[in-house]
Design a protein around this ligand. Structure first.
Ligand SMILES: [Mg+2]
Ligand SMILES: [Zn+2]
Length: 184
């Protein structure tokens, strides 16, 4: 492996990092980390991973909440993670509405492309961790490995898996995904 090659991990936000509320997370006050997430992200940080958050936030485009509110939640999340020694290298959000045509809403791959623009890394050693079918599709479309977590929509997604969509691993939560991410 080239010395310049970095270790990258893509992680969906709602339902993986924070508890999915079955509605959009509009305010920091309603944001709750999933169990074990701080440990998981600290371990990935300590192992030298470049962590990218990849999230659809169609509520912005659909007029449910503002882009400013979305970034406020983002900044407070990153600050709170930082207090735990966790470094998020970047986050890419699709703010287009559900019926808009864009090239970034997962399962499309533009968010992932943007995140790693200019970064040298090995897709074969890279995971996308998500709780929805669209996360698995985005990962496969981008050519990286996938992990389905059973938090958020994960259990529902697990029922909808087809052979073509099967993730590399299915685990109970992000913390359980870390050993697979690290040892690859
Ligand atoms: Mg999700
Ligand atoms: Zn988009």
């Amino acid at each position: 492996m080239q010395g310049s090659s970095r270790r990258v991990v893509f992680i969906d936000r709602d339902g993986v990092i924070n508890v999915d509320l079955w509605k959009y997370v509009e305010f920091w006050e309603e944001f709750r980390f999933e169990e074990g997430v701080l440990d998981a992200l600290k371990e990935l940080t300590d192992q030298g991973f470049d962590i990218f958050i990849i999230s659809n936030q169609a509520g912005v485009g659909d007029g449910v909440f503002t882009e400013a509110a979305m970034w406020d939640v983002h900044e407070k999340m990153v600050a709170e993670l930082g207090r735990h020694g966790i470094r998020i290298l970047g986050a890419q959000y699709c703010t287009h509405g559900k019926t808009e045509t864009c090239d970034c809403r997962k399962p499309k791959t533009k968010l992932l492309e943007r995140a790693v623009h200019g970064i040298s890394f090995d897709k074969k050693k890279t995971f996308f961790v998500g709780d929805k079918i669209s996360d698995l599709e985005a990962g496969k479309n981008f050519g990286v490995k996938t992990i389905l977590v059973r938090t958020g929509y994960g259990r529902k997604a697990e029922q909808q898996l087809t052979e073509a969509l099967r993730p590399d691993y299915i685990v109970n939560n992000l913390k359980k995904a870390v050993p697979f991410i690290v040892k690859l």
